[in-house]
Design a protein around this ligand. Structure first.
Ligand code: ADP
Length: 165
């Protein structure tokens, strides 16, 4: 069975992420979308919440599993018997860091290959950071995040702004 992992912060999942998930799920028997926990970054959503939002957004893909981990990706992949890491590339600016990560992961786990999917043109501008900016100004999020989670993002931004003000 071919298993691939799509790792990221997903804070929150965007339509750009979902596009990569859909295309990668068509290439492998199983795709594990894994929220990687980075304790340095204080997010908008907790890792558990991100998993829940991802699960709700990917319900229609039967071969997609959502998980989270605070391990090294190379170790997590070994445990899950996954041989491929999928990454999305938006622009040249993503390239340098992603290639560096791919080389390190291969050193740590020689069986692990990283495969890059080019972002669909429609989503090259989209990132979780942009989504948070748009939410802050009350923009319509329907073009940026899965419809299943629009209300959650707006609600959380409202709570955060309530605390700030
Ligand atoms: P972000 O940069 O939005 O915070 P993540 O750290 O969660 O995203 O990214 C996880 C993976 O998804 C990375 O490989 C990243 O390059 C890819 N990705 C993020 N946004 C897009 C997009 N709009 N199109 C294609 N790939 C994307």
């Amino acid at each position: 069975m071919s298993t691939a992992i799509y790792p990221g912060s997903f804070d929150p999942v965007t339509l750009g992420h979902l596009n990569i998930i859909k295309r990668a799920a068509a290439c492998f028997d199983k795709l594990i979308v894994c929220v990687m926990i980075n304790s340095k970054k204080q997010g908008m959503f907790t890792p558990e919440e991100r998993v829940e939002l991802l699960r709700r957004s990917t319900e229609r893909f039967p071969n997609v599993e959502v998980d989270y981990s605070n391990e090294l990706l190379a170790d997590y992949a070994k445990e899950r018997r996954a041989h491929v890491v999928v990454k999305g590339l938006r622009a040249v600016s993503d390239f340098e860091q992603e290639v560096q990560m791919a080389v390190i992961n291969k050193k740590l786990n020689p069986k692990l290959e990283t495969m890059f999917l080019a972002s669909s043109e429609k989503y090259t501008y989209l990132s979780s950071t942009i989504v948070k900016e748009m939410a802050r100004y009350g923009a319509d999020l329907a073009e940026f995040v899965p419809r299943e989670i629009v209300d959650d993002v707006n609600r959380r931004m409202g709570e955060m702004q309530g605390k700030e003000g």
